[in-house]
Design a protein around this ligand. Structure first.
Ligand SMILES: *[C@@H]1O[C@H](CO)[C@@H](O)[C@H](O)[C@H]1NC(C)=O
Length: 437
């Protein structure tokens, strides 16, 4: 399948070739040939649409200094830092790249019980991504960008929807006492969240990584941190998000991938996943956003987790993201936001899935490991060492955490606290089952 479209940018020399490709795509659609791309089904595309998609792809894929082929099929382009997609944003035309934040959050409390309860039950931190197996790394001064393909767009509902999260039930007012608003859009959650109207300047957690199975192409399962500000019921919600996700629609496979997201208008016109639109500025040359995470945890076997910290630079107002112990990934420039230019009012941690109710039943799309919270370490997925960043730029365990799961027969959550894991929780579930029909 080396000739399959999407592997490379294609330059059409003649209409005939284009016609052939369209026919081929049509052929794939009719016979539902998957050619190893499990989730990829193709619809008929007109010449015009195909050209529009190709034009968009050419715009978001930037010229690469070096190209690395990942064993999972991804192509990673090492793009000059100053040529990355962010700088297509009209508000960032004159933005000066920050190579480092002015300040990193400080630990408020020193852990005294480093080596006690639960230490041997800690997941190993993941230091690398699938594409690193190639052996070649991106040179200094460049950032690795996962190349987008025509396939990626063809799997999405439309070119407009490509890379965007569909508006979720915005009023997931995160109150179990508001069931009428929490169950919108087929999005289901099992989350922990901070109380409202606090001033929050960032959040951190270490997230167990699994590869939950997804039943339908347009469903996803993710485990992430949300840093939120603005009106949940309005059209001005600001959200910064990061974690891992399995999204066959977005990536064409079922691997868990590191992702970021942002919006400043309640998931409407602004924002996107990863670097699929102008916004996030990456500075790291080794971590590709949207790339597959490896290895992943196995049931009753080795556990792996990733640590993500998001915080606001106290001086410049940019929202930084670091990965692992202390690796800076990049930042969301202050220019992108309205409410978040000040501070966040809520943080959420946890899982979200889409249940399309295909065939009238709850789908068997899994959250976390696919096991319920009560199964605990090695079986259920976890978030550990939840922390928030205060106004003095220091990290501490969040006070009065609340939890919410809309449908505990399908996905649930249990939180607790101990010295080693601090504030933590187990969450997830299998989706459809006798008790989740
Ligand atoms: C690494 O990427 C290069 C460039 O795309 C490719 O030619 C090479 O075969 C890849 N190596 C491995 C070991 O996958």
């Amino acid at each position: 399948m080396g000739f399959l479209i999407g592997r490379r940018n294609i330059h059409f020399s003649s209409k005939i070739q284009l016609g052939f490709l369209v026919l081929f795509v049509l052929f794939l659609g009719i016979f539902n040939v998957t050619l190893g791309l499990n989730y990829t089904k193709y619809r008929q595309v007109s010449d015009l649409r195909f050209e529009r998609i190709q034009k968009h792809i050419n715009k978001i894929n930037k010229p690469s200094i070096l190209t690395i082929q990942s064993p999972d099929g991804d192509i990673i382009d090492c793009v000059h830092r100053k040529k990355q997609p962010a700088f297509d944003h009209p508000l960032l035309k004159n933005h000066k790249i920050q190579k480092t934040p002015t300040e990193k959050p400080k630990m408020k409390m020193v852990k005294i019980d480093e080596l006690k309860e639960g230490d041997n039950r800690k997941g190993k931190e993941i230091e690398w991504q699938m594409w690193h197996l190639n052996g070649t790394r991106c040179p200094k001064g460049t950032v690795p960008v996962r190349r987008s393909t025509v396939h990626d767009v063809l799997r999405s509902k439309s070119l407009y929807d490509f890379g965007k999260k569909r508006p979720r039930s915005l009023t997931l007012a995160r109150r179990a006492d508001a069931p009428d608003v929490v169950n919108g859009n087929g999005h289901e959650h099992a989350i922990a969240y901070t109380g409202t109207s606090e001033e929050i300047y960032g959040a951190k957690a270490t997230i167990n990584v699994w590869d939950p199975s997804i039943e339908e192409l347009n469903e996803f399962s993710l485990s992430q941190i949300w840093v939120l500000s603005g009106n949940f019921d309005g059209s001005d919600l600001n959200s910064i998000e990061a974690g891992w996700q399995v999204s066959p629609e977005l990536y064409g496979d079922s691997r868990p991938r590191l992702f970021t997201y942002w919006t400043s208008d309640s998931y409407q016109a602004t924002g996107c996943y990863n670097l699929l639109c102008a916004g996030f500025i990456q500075i790291n040359s080794q971590i590709a956003i949207g790339a597959a995470i490896s290895p992943v945890s196995s049931f009753q076997g080795s556990q792996f987790d990733i640590t993500i910290l998001i915080w606001k630079d106290p001086k410049l107002g940019n929202w930084w993201m670091s990965f692992g112990d202390d690796t800076l990934v990049g930042y969301w420039p202050a220019e992108l936001f309205t409410h978040l230019t000040d501070h966040a009012t809520m943080v959420e941690w946890g899982g979200e899935v889409v249940n399309t109710q295909a065939n009238g039943l709850h789908t068997a799309t899994q959250m976390g490991s696919g096991h319920f919270a009560e199964d605990g370490f090695g079986q259920a997925s976890y978030f550990r060492n939840l922390e928030v960043v205060d106004s003095d730029n220091s990290l501490s365990a969040p006070q009065d955490i609340q939890i919410l799961a809309e449908n505990i027969n399908c996905y649930d959550i249990q939180s607790s606290y101990n010295n080693d894991w601090g504030q933590h929780f187990y969450y997830g579930g299998p989706g459809r089952s006798p008790k989740c029909p």
